[in-house]
Design a protein around this ligand. Sequence first.
Ligand code: PLP
Length: 641
Amino acid sequence: MTTNDMAFPDGDRALCVKMRASRGGEHVSGAERIVRERDVPRVLSALAARALGHSKGRPDFINLKVEEPGGMIRLKALPVSTVETHTAEEGRARAAEILAAAGISRAREVMELFKASYSMRGAMLVDADTLERLEPDRERGVRATRMDAAESLCGGADCAKNHFAEAVVLATKVANAPGIVGEVCVSDDPDYVTGYVATKEAGYRRITVMKEAGDPCGGRIFLYRGPREGVAETVRFLERQSVLVDCSAVAPAAPRPPSVADELKEIAAAGLSRECRALCSATGPVASVDCADGTRRELVVMASNDYLDLARDPRVTEAAAEAVRRWGAGSGGSRLTTGTQPPHLALERHLAAFKGTEAAVLYATGYMANVGVITALAKKGDVIFSDALNHASIIDGCRLSGADVCIYRHADLDDLAARLASVRGARRRIAVSDGVFSMDGDVLDLPRFLEVCRAAGAVSIVDEAHATGVVGATGRGLAEHFGCAHPDITVGTLSKALGSEGGFACATHETARYLVNRSRPFIFSTAPGAAAVAAADAALSVLEAEPWRVERLRENVRFLAGSLAKLGFKAAADSAIVPVVIGDERRAVEAARALETRGFLVSAIRYPTVAKDSARLRLAVMSAHTREQLAAVCAALKDVV
Ligand SMILES: *Cc1c(COP(=O)(O)O)cnc(C)c1O
């Protein structure tokens, strides 16, 4: 400790500046600085601004005070370290541990007392051993004042709230007060959940979460050990002694960022590690695969979305090749600039005709179609009602929109109706559902969905990614299957049964025009290349000319589901997706591995794609699978699961 009255080498005077703000007598905020005389006006104005803008509300009384600091001592800041915690409860438990390690045997009781300090303006002064209250005025508590970081004196006088720096300065002063053996503190700023425990030995232990977010209460306890006669001197030191704290050695406040390597280890430990692996031939019912054992083998593919075997159909691939030669490899622009080519317009007309809607809008992928449609229609103030098992692209669209999202129980349209009825005052209400649920393969009850939406005046959106080319007598989707009307918007993909890539939305002319004007993925992303577009167009023509593919696919699904049922598996046959639920993540992966050894490529679907502990083998059926292949995979499943 060194004492000097003049803080500055150039002889400039130091002054204490204090701000206290309150409303209706309740403390709102406070701060104090020790600054050069010439900086006083600027600091006063900055502190007033800070008081007026405090997140606890606007004060009706602001007290600004300038005082002589008197004799001043300099202290070195306590060493700082961070204790990562995730909940308030965990934070308080860690605080108690640190106090206990510092020789405060009743640390848990101290933390109980701590809650009582929340209602006080100053700190509680407590005997570290008897837990007796020692502060002369119990209402007011003890206030540690007259301190600042030495740097701010010599350097800039910015008054931005820096909780961390201010706390280190205060904690350093308190830890150096005569008789003080420890301190516990949580800020009263509702947005600041980090607290600390400080002792001279342990230093300043920053505890990242020590209270619930939004909680406007904070508190402080000073722990004292010594004779009662010493208390007065301790209080004088805390309240009257001017202190400058040298913070130059204090580590920056930022906690260590989580390392990517650590997170990868966590993913692996949970059995959730994923990797891309190459399929070394065109997608089809059989493909050449680089297997886990290092060999490249022909496997029966039970994992492809190319349900109708159109991706390698010569009519489709020729259309793509011709389009590439004629229109180039890329479109060269977004749809509203230079990216629209005749193939785009032709496919939009074709899709609308196929689905039986007035118009269609193309997107680069089905993912983008969902994000584009949902964000175009929904914004802050709207409410989206979304099935609990909707596809990730729907979830992401909902999140990105800024609307409130109300999740209803999977496929429970009574729950949807009840939730629609319970929400009032929304600008627009939108209900969105997968048509065929991508991980369970079940089909939405579209007529009932539309009825519920109509009754509530809600916009209806249905994603037919797995329905197009699969559901309905000729693969036209749910409206064909149920013989009912269309939702307001039907979303789909070109990348599954249509064997190409891209996404689309089918709707009225008016809605399509709206999407073109409002859908950011449509507006701000390059138009898909003509090859993919022409391929999808050709695939659509094949599908129309050969509805037997849809029928063959359905027969295959029935056969597979029937065979699985005979083996005791629960298997539905509503779409091309037949899940076999295993549960445990690692077991599902092991089963997929074992199937690979037996010659079958089957996906193990895990969290986060499906809920934790509902990992599954997801069998995807193609029209081109033979009965022998399907029977063989059933036999292998029986061995493996
Ligand atoms: C696959 C899928 C999508 C995304 O389509 P992509 O064209 O692959 O981006 C959207 N919704 C559902 C339900 C899907 O299964």
